[in-house]
Design a protein around this ligand. Structure first.
Ligand SMILES: CC(C)(COP(=O)(O)OP(=O)(O)OC[C@H]1O[C@@H](n2cnc3c(N)ncnc32)[C@H](O)[C@@H]1OP(=O)(O)O)[C@@H](O)C(=O)NCCC(=O)NCCS
Length: 169
């Protein structure tokens, strides 16, 4: 039986190895890494998937980021991802289970908007992420606008323009 557990119960070396296998070797040069530079992943929203043989097969990490408006206001958000499932375990529901674990762990009393870079066909279909509100948003590196996604209870609160970066307190 597979299981979803908090990511901080897993050896960080194993997590890095899994990310190396799920992504290309240059993964650390991705724009997503620049957005969250200098922050730590949020333990309450980050999870691991363990298969029936007790092997680590997937992870999800969430990060504190902010959309910085041209007026100089920082709008805090949760950056979701990377979501990673080992290639030979993909298509078995682990991605969905990891995403659902993270999104369900967000405090409903203060639900910050969630932002991610990913395929709208997947993250829109299952969780309602959309690129509709992000057309005026920028990132500190190259990105495909259609893959910059947000999920929010009340999109009216989202700034039209801004640069996404780390939320550093
Ligand atoms: C994207 C990823 C996390 C999905 O996890 P997964 O465990 O393979 O997916 P699930 O088994 O939960 O979901 C499978 C369903 O999602 C669909 N799906 C999976 N990836 C998809 C994508 N990129 N675009 C559209 N649909 C996708 C499948 O077709 C399947 O649909 P079905 O149920 O109708 O057959 C995984 O494939 C992965 O780790 N990929 C490499 C790393 C990556 O690109 N991560 C995302 C960016 S952070």
């Amino acid at each position: 039986m597979s299981n979803i557990i908090p990511l901080d119960q897993v050896d960080s070396t194993l997590v890095e190895e899994l990310l190396d296998r799920a992504f290309e070797p240059e993964r650390k040069t991705r724009t997503a890494y620049k957005v969250r530079e200098g922050t730590e992943w949020l333990p309450g929203l980050s999870f691991a998937a363990i298969d029936e043989n007790d092997m680590l097969v997937g992870t999800i990490q969430c990060w504190p980021v902010a959309l910085n408006s041209p007026e100089g206001k920082a709008h805090p958000m949760i950056m979701v991802g990377p979501v990673a499932v080992l290639p030979d375990h993909q298509g078995s529901g682990y991605g969905k289970a990891l995403m659902t674990a993270s999104l369900s762990a967000i405090d409903p009393r203060a639900p910050l908007p969630q932002v991610m870079i990913g395929d709208p066909e997947y993250y829109g279909r299952f969780w309602g992420f959309t690129n509709e509100h992000t057309t005026g948003w920028s990132l500190p590196g190259p990105f495909e606008q259609r893959r910059l996604l947000v999920r929010c209870d009340n999109p009216a609160v989202l700034p039209e323009k801004g640069m996404l970066g780390p939320w550093l307190r």
